[in-house]
Design a protein around this ligand. Structure first.
Ligand code: R7I
Ligand code: MG
Ligand code: MG
Length: 301
């Protein structure tokens, strides 16, 4: 069954809101100061960062080509790259190499020999569940999209954790059902251990504190230290307002924009667009237009 308009807009706008509203709190004092200077549009709306930019690139590429074409997507990522969007250092270098003409297969392993294990593939993977309703196709698409900038197995599995969670939320699985499925999908030990922790918390209806979350799951820029964090926080806040989830993520600190983007996409998928806060952010209409494009695409025979 194709996702509803509420689910599609909820996922994409949830991601962009998490990113834009979380960005002022990302990183250390210098990053925050810089974002204070460049993080607002001329109309006074919060700007989004690389998380939303790469998600838009991914969706717009699929809508333009009619399918996921990695070469087209790699070139789109590269031409959208701007340092002001706050890309990860490794991803910035990879995208500059692709822009200079290197093929993505070489560029993806030019900075780190096994590819990056950052969370940059996971932060854009939720929306693939809107395009690919079948699990096998979703897994293939998530891997294809990840490989362009994040070829490391941990980054790919982090991306799968987020795209498959979105898939299960579209099917309206409960948190316990979702985690039972994910525990059979995830094979990387580092992520598996964290999934076990989340499962124990959710099954016992235990509400973990920010200190426990940071200590046991992490709040960093790697897939390992952020994907399970975002998933747990989203599941723990499914029946609470989006703003409450966001302030909890801010309390956890670290890679706030990306954890909020991943959790925001999951929360928005589960609760729908109408439940999101009505806050204007950069290019709001463009985000809605892309969501409408996805809706038309998902209804094609
Ligand atoms: O994953 P990525 O695109 O973005 C990470 C974060 C997100 O929060 C974005 O919003 C942005 O703010 O940054 O960035 P990458 O550069 O691929 O990976 C992030 C960081 O992880 C790198 O800058 C490295 O510090 C580290 N890293 C590695 N270090 C050693 N060896 C990633 N892969 C490796 C590795 O293989
Ligand atoms: Mg970012
Ligand atoms: Mg980030």
């Amino acid at each position: 069954m194709s996702p509803s308009s509420e689910q599609i807009k909820g996922c994409l706008l949830g991601l962009a809101l998490g990113d834009a509203l979380g960005a002022p709190y990302e990183g250390g004092i210098l990053e925050r100061l810089l974002w204070k200077m460049i993080g607002t549009t001329t109309e006074g709306h919060p700007k989004w960062t690389d998380d939303t930019q790469m998600t838009l690139d991914l969706l717009e590429s699929i809508l333009e080509v009619g399918e996921l074409n990695p070469t087209h997507l790699a070139n789109k990522f590269a031409s959208s790259y701007r340092w002001r969007r706050g890309y990860g250092a490794g991803t910035a270098k990879i995208l500059k190499r692709i822009k200079a003409g290197e093929c993505f297969q070489i560029a993806a392993k030019a900075i780190y020999p096994n590819g990056s294990y950052g969370n940059g593939a996971a932060m854009r993977s939720s929306v693939l569940a809107l395009i690919y309703p079948h699990k096998k196709a979703l897994i293939d698409a998530t891997k294809t999209s990840s490989m362009i900038t994040h070829a490391h197995p941990l980054a790919i599995e982090g991306a799968l954790l987020i795209s498959l969670s979105t898939h299960y939320l579209l099917q309206q699985l409960s948190p316990t059902q979702l985690l039972a499925q994910l525990n059979t999908d995830i094979h990387q030990t580092a992520l598996g251990k964290r999934l076990e922790i989340i499962t124990q918390w959710v099954v016992a209806s235990y509400e973990a504190t920010p200190t426990e979350i940071v200590h046991l799951l992490g709040n960093g820029v790697t897939a390992e230290s952020s994907c399970c964090t975002a998933l747990y926080i989203a599941l723990a806040h499914l029946h609470h307002p989006f703003e409450q989830m966001l302030s909890f993520i801010i309390q956890c600190g670290g890679d706030v924009d990306t954890i909020a983007a991943m959790a925001g996409a999951l929360w928005g998928t589960a609760n729908g667009f109408s439940k999101l806060p009505t806050v204007m952010i950069e290019d709001y209409q463009r985000l809605l237009n892309v969501a409408e494009g996805v809706e038309r695409f998902s209804k094609l025979p």
